[in-house]
Design a protein around this ligand. Structure first.
Ligand code: NDP
Length: 244
């Protein structure tokens, strides 16, 4: 493996499972110093032990602004800079709107949208001062089209794409900060485990196509952040071959 991210410092939110975990491993294999953030510290600790290179663990709830500020400050204090922020943490609590799972709508908005905004807010001043940096926001194919029982989740991912595009237009030309949207299709992870609606849970479980792996998405992220400074990969969409 080429160490093309040697000396880079990368924060990964939602690193305790799925895409975030695979991305942290892939970034570390490419030579980056990786900062692992999520709430389940036991899982982060296991991951830290698997990663051979320089690695830091910062317990973080991305829906809590001061947690996210602490994550970024700890990274800067430890490594002196922040090159890459992977805003990956997310929840997908699918249900039909008329079931009124309002608390789940709130959670998706807090984690998927506010978490991304808090991350951006914490790194922008640092990256502006550095005159470079890379913010990668994990959106979804669900950020491109609305799916029944996924309206609020789709809304959060449409928002992630809109915010990312705004960040890119406002920050890239002036400050050299690059912004990439990653939009995966169906990936085999723990994401569906938290769905509380039994009918929706069942229909999700019945899906028969061969899903992507977390490593497939990690590869796309490593590709985006490994490009030279003049190349700004704006969005990568990756679907399973069988996904319409
Ligand atoms: P997982 O459930 O495996 O991972 C989700 C991660 O988000 C976990 O590490 C979890 O950590 C973290 N997380 C959830 N809530 C919070 C919070 N409040 N603060 C900090 N971290 C939090 O699912 P995926 O790997 O699939 O999901 C990663 C991203 O990919 C999400 O944004 C998801 O929307 C997106 N995505 C996934 C697709 C799929 O099919 N799997 C398709 C398209 C996009 P912890 O619970 O320890 O805090």
């Amino acid at each position: 493996m080429v160490n093309h991210l040697k000396d880079k410092v990368a924060i990964v939110t939602g690193a305790s499972s799925g895409i975030g975990e695979a991305t942290a491993i892939a970034l570390a294999e490419a030579g980056a110093k990786v900062v692992l953030a999520a709430r389940r510290t036991d899982r982060l600790q296991q991951l830290k032990e698997r990663i051979k290179g320089d690695c830091l663990l910062v317990p973080t709830d991305v829906s809590n602004r001061s947690d996210v500020e602490n994550l970024v400050k700890t990274t800067k204090d430890t490594y002196g800079k922040v090159d890459i922020l992977i805003n990956n943490a997310g929840v997908m609590l699918l249900s039909f709107l008329d079931k009124l799972h309002v608390e789940e709508w709130d959670r998706m908005i807090d984690v998927n949208i506010k978490g991304v905004l808090y991350g951006a807010a914490a790194v922008i001043p640092i990256m502006k001062e550095q005159k470079n940096g890379h913010i990668v926001n994990v959106a979804s194919i669900a950020g491109h089209r609305v799916i029944p029982a996924a309206s609020v989740y789709c809304g959060t991912k449409f928002a992630v794409r809109a915010i990312s595009e705004g960040l890119r237009m406002e920050l890239s030309p002036q400050s050299g900060i690059r912004v990439t949207i990653i939009s995966p299709g169906i990936v085999q992870t723990e994401l569906t485990h938290h769905i509380t609606d039994p009918d929706v849970q069942q229909s999700v479980a019945k899906r028969s196509l061969t899903p992507l792996t977390s490593e497939d998405i990690a590869n796309a992220i490593v590709y985006a952040v490994s490009q030279p400074q003049h190349v700004n990969v704006n969005e990568i969409m990756v679907r399973p071959t069988e996904q319409p």
